[in-house]
Design a protein around this ligand. Structure first.
Ligand SMILES: Cc1cc2nc3c(=O)[nH]c(=O)nc-3n(C[C@H](O)[C@H](O)[C@H](O)COP(=O)(O)OP(=O)(O)OC[C@H]3O[C@@H](n4cnc5c(N)ncnc54)[C@H](O)[C@@H]3O)c2cc1C
Length: 489
């Protein structure tokens, strides 16, 4: 029997450290396939993610071509397409990297059953995580609910396997003639915005694809890893790796990041010391923990992890949500973050926490509205990390920040953007205010505002809500569902 393989690319858009691709190409001529599947139960990708996906597929296609293969792209229901394709092409091995959302798991399970029933070998692999959700558990064998013991247990498992290099050459398996017409050009997928083309800021900021991810990692290890433990809180400098969208689409995997940290450190090439590396890897640990939570709580993006929050008295829909989305709340740090998100598809973690807390607590808007907006606008919108992080800020999640921890956008700005550089970059109409007023324009004197060319209510909005009022309203709302009275602190 001739040997022929198919590797189905999904959230593993890379050649190196891709064990499914390696197994397929070692088996025989390989069909490299990506399917855009928008019909099933899986959540449709948001706009920024669709843009990223288009660039990433383009990069993957070019790397495959350099190694002799083609990326075949189709828009289809995988449950229909794959059995037909495998039969037509005489494929006897199908490989893929595992996914962890309930709808994807169900699809993969059913498909595997069908293919195996047809005599095809199906092999699935882990390329997305250091540890798959079921590999870490409490001493009683139960899912973990608290990050610190989770991460301790994960680290106790030892070093992750060393990443495999990319295959040098790939023997291509041509698409059978009967299905050739089902293949589409990337542009036919209409993943990128046309009119209006809002992606200019994304293009300027990012280089999607495996090579772009490797470059980001290299720059980080020799740059902002130094002092990461402290610096990671500063949105006014490049203080973190910005690897999140690359990880989201599997252009790089956590095993590669882990080993690159160790190698750079051993070679004296890492800008940071052991504590910076530990802190950085523990952030990768939060990503792992989020997948652990998602796997055991498939409705993490829509349902309160802590059911006590089901009765939470959210405020009725107002214009406030729109003002938050557009970066027009009148609080400079919040507005800077929301505008950075709109322009680049990304926002610094510290600012994500501040804008999320402001929406949920000061504006009393259901965290799901914020999660949804981030899902549409983030290039790193991730089914696990986005949902887990929103629930973390809301206080409804696992190991969450207590609901009564309410970030004050003014003091957060003064602490983490002390000279106002971040605000000046993203809220240019405030650029000429002096440092003392940059986070509180409504408190500036009339002459300071005039000198800076700021006219409140015209060139920049008045605050959408009074902070003390919003804070107390949030605490009262909490008391109504928990019976806890939290004194203002
Ligand atoms: C409300 C809210 C929503 C978020 N939504 C997402 C999301 O959709 N996708 C996403 O990847 N991250 C999300 N995060 C987590 C975090 O903000 C981003 O991962 C981080 O800002 C990405 O920047 P970086 O790559 O420079 O991070 P670095 O500091 O360089 O961290 C390295 C990697 O660790 C992971 N990581 C870091 N912090 C976290 C965290 N708190 N939770 C989970 N993983 C983390 C990311 O994969 C990141 O790339 C969210 C945080 C909040 C508060």
């Amino acid at each position: 029997m001739t040997r022929a393989a198919l590797h189905w690319f999904r959230d593993d858009l890379r050649l190196a450290d891709n064990p499914g691709l390696a197994a397929a190409t070692a088996h025989g001529p390989t069909l490299c396939l990506y399917i855009l599947d928008e019909g099933g139960e899986r959540r449709r990708l948001g706009g920024a993610s669709r843009w990223w996906l288009a660039q990433s597929l383009r990069a993957l296609s070019a790397s495959l071509r350099e190694r002799g293969a083609e990326l075949v792209v189709m828009r289809a229901d995988p449950a229909d397409l794959l059995p037909k394709l495998v039969a037509e092409a005489g494929i006897d091995l199908v490989t893929w990297s595992r996914r962890y959302e309930a709808a994807a798991i169900a699809l993969d399970r059913d498909l595997k059953e069908t293919l195996v029933g047809a005599g095809v070998t199906v092999r699935s692999f882990n390329s997305h995580l250091l540890n798959e959700p079921w590999q870490v558990s409490s001493k009683l064998g139960e899912p973990m609910k608290v990050f610190t013991p989770y991460w301790r247990a994960a680290r106790a498992k030892g070093e992750p396997a060393a990443p495999e290099p990319a295959p040098q050459r790939i023997l291509p398996l041509p698409l059978p003639r009967a299905l050739a017409r089902a293949a589409v050009d990337l542009t036919d997928l209409a993943l990128e915005p046309a009119r209006p083309d809002w992606a200019g800021g994304l293009r300027a900021e990012w280089t999607p694809g495996e090579a772009g991810a490797a470059e980001r990692l290299g720059d980080f290890l020799s740059g902002s890893l130094g002092g990461y433990g402290e610096g990671r809180n500063r949105p006014d400098c490049v203080s973190t790796s910005r690897l999140s969208p690359h990880l989201r689409f599997g252009e790089i995997g956590p095993r590669q990041i882990w080993h690159a940290c160790q190698t750079a450190s051993a070679a004296g090439m890492a800008a940071g010391g052991a504590s910076d590396i530990d802190k950085f890897l523990s952030e990768i640990g939060w990503r792992e923990f989020s997948y652990h939570l998602l796997f055991y709580n498939p409705e993490l993006a829509t349902k309160n992890y802590n059911a006590r929050f089901d009765a939470f008295p959210w405020a009725p829909e107002t214009q406030a949500l729109k003002r938050w989305q557009r970066g027009q709340t009148g609080y400079p740090l919040v507005d800077a973050g929301m505008r950075e998100l709109w322009a680049t598809g990304w926002m610094h973690n510290r600012v994500r926490m501040v804008v999320a807390s402001f929406l949920i607590k000061h504006l009393l808007i259901d965290w799901r509205q914020g999660e949804d907006w981030f899902w549409d606008t983030l290039v790193d919108a991730d089914p696990a990390s986005n949902a887990a992080s929103w629930q973390w800020v809301a206080g409804s999640g696992a190991d969450a920040a207590p609901y009564y921890r309410i970030f004050n956008p003014v003091t957060q700005g003064e602490k983490f953007d002390p000279r106002g550089d971040y605000v000046r970059r993203w809220v240019p109409e405030l650029a000429d205010l002096d440092d003392a007023a940059i986070h509180t324009p409504w408190q500036a004197s009339a002459s300071a505002l005039r000198d800076a060319g700021v006219s409140l209510g015209e060139t920049y909005p008045m605050p959408v809500i009074d902070l003390a009022f919003g804070r107390q309203r949030a605490l009262d709302a909490l008391a109504s569902v928990s019976g806890e009275t939290v004194l203002s602190r």
